[in-house]
Ligand binder design. Structure first.
Ligand code: PEP
Ligand code: MN
Length: 340
């Protein structure tokens, strides 16, 4: 089954940018017979820092209406307030998503549910920033009770500590549990916000499909390097089509399916370990510089005992402990060699 596909820029930046991105996306989609179910584009952006680009606002609507008319592709935007819902209606935009930041406040979510109630809206409920299944589930429930045309959910990962590989942590068990609660609702993955950079997107999207997700929302920009926000996670339309075409879309029967899922998870964990080991080596090089500048010895036994403590615990089985000790010994040797 072909997944539901949503693509488009993080934010509308100008008429040229949004029309060019839409034109190129439709061109590559047609070329490869890929369905582009919705075109996404943020009109208002909820940004962490006050001086960063916060979207062009309602100015974007005539451009988005033009895209809907030209390609007959519904456009979806993020809404954060009931006033924004009103503007969407005024300009004929009937697909909206609830962002991760809004999702942490049930009062805001309820006021949005009231604003779309009994209207022909499609509402995509992204997971809230915090990894809280009840909160996400409660948000979904509010829109189901509002009797809108369609409700979908979007997994975009959960706010994570900076030393992670991804921008956000996948916590796969949460979207999978939500899908068990609402099996009839399409569940999409937004690998762009989850990963924070394009290089991880294919892997994460494949895992989502292996977990029976129904679609993907991906950020695309005609010239990502110039994007005013989320530049590192936006793909060009050509990259997007290439990535979608290389996904394995054909579900295989169990137990192959289970194997496929586990292998994709393993591949993903391996690349994360590899990335973290490289980060660790980089920090070792910085430590070497500090030691050299301050005439400190390379070998500091107490420090290494601390490292071992992080990896070893009495709950681990004997085989695992043997492995970890060998692994740490290698790590230690390599770290000493680098510092020398
Ligand atoms: C977005 O999709 O543009 C966005 C801001 O996403 P999120 O709420 O998931 O961060
Ligand atoms: Mn974005």
């Amino acid at each position: 089954m072909t997944p539901l596909l949503i693509a488009g820029p993080c934010a509308v930046e100008s008429e040229y940018q949004v029309l060019t991105t839409a034109a190129r996306l439709h061109e590559v989609a047609a070329q490869h017979s890929l369905p582009l179910d919705y075109f996404r584009a943020g009109v208002w952006k909820s940004r962490s820092l006050p001086d960063t680009f916060a979207g062009v606002g309602a100015t974007a609507f005539p451009w988005l209406a033009k895209i809907q008319n030209t390609y007959q592709t519904p456009v979806c935007v993020e809404v954060m307030t009931p006033q924004q819902v009103e503007l969407c209606e005024k300009y004929g935009i009937y697909a909206v998503w609830i962002g991760a930041r809004t999702g942490v406040n049930p009062a805001d979510v309820q006021s949005l549910a009231d604003a779309v109630a009994h209207k022909p809206f499609t509402v995509m409920v992204k997971n809230p920033l915090v990894p809280d299944l009840e909160l996400w589930s409660g948000n979904v429930e509010r829109f189901l009770r509002a009797d809108v045309q369609k409700v979908m959910t979007i997994h975009r990962g959960f706010a994570a500590h900076a030393e992670n590989v991804y921008r956000n942590a996948p916590c796969w068990e949460i979207p999978v549990s939500l899908k068990v609660r609402f099996p009839e609702l399409p569940m999409l993955c937004d690998p762009s916000h989850l990963c924070g950079c394009t290089k991880w997107i294919p892997q994460i999207a494949q895992i989502a499909l292996n977990y029976d997700f129904d679609g993907l929302m991906t950020e695309c920009h005609h010239k990502p390097q110039t994007a005013l926000c989320d530049a590192s996670q936006q793909m060009t339309p050509v990259q997007w089509a290439d990535f979608i075409r290389h996904l394995n879309l054909s579900p295989t029967a169990d137990p192959d399916r289970a194997l496929l899922r586990q292998r994709a998870l393993l591949e993903n964990i391996d690349t994360q370990i590899s990335e973290l080991l490289q980060k660790r080596m980089h920090i070792i090089d910085e430590i070497a510089d500090i030691k050299k500048t301050n005439n400190l010895p390379v070998l500091q036994h107490k420090q290494w005992q601390q490292v071992e403590k992080r990896y070893l615990s009495p709950h681990q089985d004997a085989l695992y402990q043997i492995f970890i000790k060998q692994f740490l010994s290698l790590l230690h040797q390599s770290s000493i060699e680098r510092q020398k």
